[in-house]
Design a protein. Sequence first.
Length: 197
Amino acid sequence: MIRKADVIQGYADRNEMKNFFKAIKAIYGPCTKGRYADRNEMKNFFKAIKAIYGPCTKGTALLLSSDGTTLLTEKSQILERWAEHFRSVHYCSSAISDAAIDRLPQVDTNKDMDLPPSLAETIRAVQQISSGKAPGSDAIPPEVYKHDGPRLMTELTTLFQDMWCHRQVPQDFKDAIIVHLYKREGNRQLCDNHRGI
């Protein structure tokens, strides 16, 4: 006797196969009018790609040590190697001597620079943010700041003025997130073959 669970699973498997073949037809269909990409339906196109190839796998790629002899497999070792790499790339010592800096002429201090930020300055700064860029660690896209209105601008100005008066900035504002992208040349396990953004 066939169990009810097996029958339900059979329907689920058939539906999954139907969706799979629909996705293949949408991508590799015989006529170009039927394809998502040709109709500029990018959301459906990538949904179909994901149905065929599965979701992208995320994991920590193995790296070689700085001397290139040892393969690092532990996540903590890999993170430490990335930190070491980006410290060596981004924190180079200055080629300008202190004596040369001391010889530069000193100008008078602009007292207006010591005033806390005004509402007009906040609005101007927010309007200069580029649209269409990736959001930061707070996951708020730039367009939200640009189009949210006067209440948000007032709140932001109050926040900036508070930081200005206390001369203290939250640690989240100071922290940077570096993402590495493979340059598509050379050994993927070498840090030098990646670009940090």
